[in-house]
Each structure stands twice: as structure tokens, then as C-alpha cells.
Design a protein around this ligand. Structure first.
Ligand code: DAH
Length: 390
């Protein structure tokens, strides 16, 4: 069988390894052969586009069946002198190839790393996306109720609650609104149809009936706040038929107006998050308190903004007074032993003041865009220690 045609060293070597007579093995390896082989391998190394291609070149040259390994294997058949010169020459070529492989591998490695870094670049300055659980928003009214309760809880108040559907007795009579008194008419009440006994249920017009329920159920000393929904027939930019109030009630043997003033002052500073606030207590009338007062806080209105603790304007925020002896008596508390004070405040209004909302009706529109702007993150739970709104 004629020997396979010589087309290159690689072919020759593989022919030899198949233990076939290889043309190149049968003749002397010349320096120029070696140089050509070396050049071919170095060109292949330089042309290897990635680490896998480079590894293929390495295996083809230095692997078990590689071209240079095959040349080294021919040394055994040579005469000692020839082996010395050929061996040295082949080893020089092998070293060159090995160095070229290492150098090329380093280049490819760092190029691969650069490419990976470029493709996996992360812009760490991008804002974080909220986790799904954090995308919902707490309604500003709920947040403000949490703020109120955390302030009063810090002063030692408990929360008391009552039903939205109330009796006329608790909403009016026990609070010293006599039948036919004009103060009843001022409350624009939603009444239910009369029952058989002619009594009428109603949607509570204020949170004050929770005072009655608390005094009927607890013995003094009493310290409660009662946040909740209230209803009146009224609807415009500053009134909605359903709104929110928070009531406060303190009953004890020595409670007096000085305590009330201190509590309200501390509350206003904490709620509006200012160090100093001026308050004005004006005489007023409520059937369930005597004396009765209305409270204004000092503020500055400037280009649609409002600031507290400074300025020339006054803003009415709540009603209060000493609980009327008739109310204490109607609720089973002896007015000759106990006395106390109470206050009532519109939550919607102070929420709007604090968070700069312009139209009360938006609070009840359920507009998600409005809510995502004015709402609060679920984990922003207001505490006095952690900060109310920050
Ligand atoms: N209930 C009153 C209202 O809705 C507010 C109020 C005023 C409550 C004085 C009180 C108080 O407890 O003492 O207009």
C-alpha cells in the first residue's frame, strides 16, 4: 500500500500513531520542518478565538496524539547525536508553543471576563423595585389614625370603639341633648325608620357616644381615645357624608382643664412634628361639656402651604370641655366624686392639613394614582420612637 500523501505534519503524525508508515517519520526531521510546524501552531494559537478553540490547538500540538508529542516520540529511534540536536530543537519549539499558549490563554481569559462584565453590568444607581408585598399603600387616613393612637397610647390612653349604627339615646340623650333641643338639628342626622316602640336608630353623628359606652362599661379612672367613622347629611369640598373623628375621654377624681390643655398641647406638637406650637382656647358650647371650649392652633398660610408653630393665622382643630355632670350621671358616675374632660377632633381635616391634600372628597375616591402618591408604605408604621411620618 503506497504511503499516504504528505499534506502536513499533523497528518503525518496521526498516520504514525495509527502505526502506519508515515512519510515524514521515515525521513529526517529538518529544522525548516520544525520551524514550519512551529509557525503553523503559533498561527493557530494566535487565531484561536476563544478558550475552547485554544484548547483544541493545544491538544493537537501537545496532547497525547499531538504533533509535537509525536515528534518527541520519534527521538527514541534516533542515533544519540541526532537525538541530542533534534531533541533540543523540538523542546525549544515545544517551549515556544507552551509560552504562546499561556500568553494567548491569559488574553482570552481577560477578554472573556471583560465581555462577561460588559454583558452582566448592573447599574447599582437604579432605584430599587418594590417587592410585590410592598406595592400596596396604606390610606393616609389609616396612617393618621395610627399616628394619633400611637401618640395617645404613649400618654397612657387605651383605645375604645363603638358601632357606627347607634341609638338615639347614646348619640344624643345621654350626652345631654334634650329632646327637641336645637343642637340635635345641627347634626343633620341619617335616621333609620322608627321601630315599633317609635325609637329610631341612626348613623352616629360623632364619636361621643363611645364616651357613653365606655363610662357605662368601665369604672373610673378612665383614659380612652375613640377613633372611628361618623356620618352627617352634608356634601361639598369640605364635607363628606361619612367622615372620621377621634374622641378623647379622661375621668378621675382630680382631672381638670390644666390636664386637658397639657394633653392637647403635647398631642399637637407630636402630631404636627414641631417643637413649639401656640394654641388658643375659646369659650364655646356643646351640650355634653361645661365649660366648653374650641381650640385653634397658630399657623402661617403661604402660597398654598401651611406651617404650624409660626405665623399670624389661627386654625380651629377641635372642641373640648369638662364632661357635663348630667352626662356623668346618665352614665352611672357620681359627679360629686368624679369629674373629667373630653375632646373631639375631625381626623380627615388634620390629615389634609398635615399631608397637604386640597379636596376632602379625594380621600374617598379610591383613585389608585392618588393613593400611590399620598399613601404610605405598609411597613412605615408610625411610632413616636421611630418617627411618625418619616
Ligand atoms: N362631638 C363633637 C362634634 O362632633 C365634638 C366634641 C366637642 C367632642 C367637645 C367632645 C367635646 O368630646 O368635649 O362636634
Amino acid at each position: 500500500m503506497p504511503p499516504a500523501p504528505v499534506t502536513g505534519f499533523l497528518l503525518d503524525v496521526s498516520a504514525r500513531e495509527r502505526r502506519q508508515p508515515a512519510a515524514f517519520c521515515e525521513r529526517d526531521l529538518t529544522v525548516s520542518d520544525l520551524t514550519t510546524l512551529e509557525q503553523t501552531i503559533l498561527t493557530d494559537i494566535a487565531g484561536a478565538a476563544d478558550e475552547a478553540a485554544l484548547e483544541a490547538v493545544r491538544v493537537a500540538a501537545l496532547g497525547k496524539k499531538g504533533s509535537i508529542s509525536a515528534l518527541l516520540a520519534t527521538l527514541g529511534k534516533m542515533a544519540p547525536d541526532e537525538r541530542k540536536t533534534q531533541g533540543a530543537a523540538i523542546n525549544v519549539a515545544k517551549d515556544k508553543v507552551t509560552q504562546a499558549l499561556t500568553a494567548r490563554r491569559d488574553i482570552l481569559k481577560s477578554a472573556a471576563l471583560d465581555a462577561r462584565l460588559a454583558s452582566e453590568t448592573i447599574d447599582v444607581t437604579l432605584p430599587l423595585r418594590d417587592a410585590v408585598a410592598e406595592q400596596g399603600r396604606i390610606h393616609p387616613l389609616s396612617q393618621v389614625m395610627d399616628e394619633l393612637t400611637s401618640i395617645f397610647a404613649d400618654m397612657g390612653f387605651a383605645i375604645a370603639e363603638g358601632p357606627d349604627i347607634e341609638t338615639d339615646d347614646y348619640n344624643f340623650t345621654k350626652l345631654n341633648f334634650p329632646e327637641g333641643h336645637p343642637a340635635r338639628e345641627m347634626h343633620d342626622t341619617f335616621f333609620f325608620n322608627p321601630k315599633e316602640d317609635n325609637s329610631r336608630m341612626l348613623l352616629r353623628t360623632h364619636t361621643s357616644p363611645v364616651q357613653v359606652r365606655t363610662m357605662l362599661n368601665q369604672k373610673p379612672p378612665i383614659r380612652v381615645v375613640c377613633p372611628g367613622r361618623t356620618y352627617r347629611i352634608d356634601s361639598d369640598a369640605t364635607h363628606t357624608p361619612q367622615f372620621h373623628q377621634v374622641e378623647g375621654l379622661v375621668i378621675d377624681k382630680g382631672s381638670h382643664l390644666g390636664h386637658l390643655k397639657w394633653i392637647l398641647h403635647e398631642f399637637c406638637k407630636a402630631f404636627f412634628e414641631v417643637d413649639h406650637i401656640n394654641m388658643r382656647f375659646r369659650p364655646s358650647f356643646f351640650p355634653f361639656t361645661e365649660p366648653s371650649l374650641e381650640v385653634d392652633i397658630q399657623c402661617r398660610r403661604d402660597k398654598g402651604e401651611i406651617r404650624f408653630g409660626e405665623g399670624e393665622d389661627w386654625l380651629e382643630i377641635l372642641g373640648c370641655g369638662m364632661v357635663h355632670p348630667n352626662v356623668l350621671r346618665a352614665c352611672g358616675i357620681d359627679p360629686d366624686v368624679y369629674q373629667g374632660f373630653a375632646w373631639g377632633m375631625g381626623i380627615d381635616r388634620i390629615a389634609m392639613l398635615k399631608y397637604g391634600m386640597s379636596d376632602l372628597r379625594q380621600l374617598f375616591d379610591s383613585d389608585v394614582r392618588w393613593l400611590s402618591h399620598y399613601g404610605f408604605k405598609p411597613l412605615d408604621i408610625p411610632t413616636l420612637a421611630g418617627g411618625l411620618s418619616t
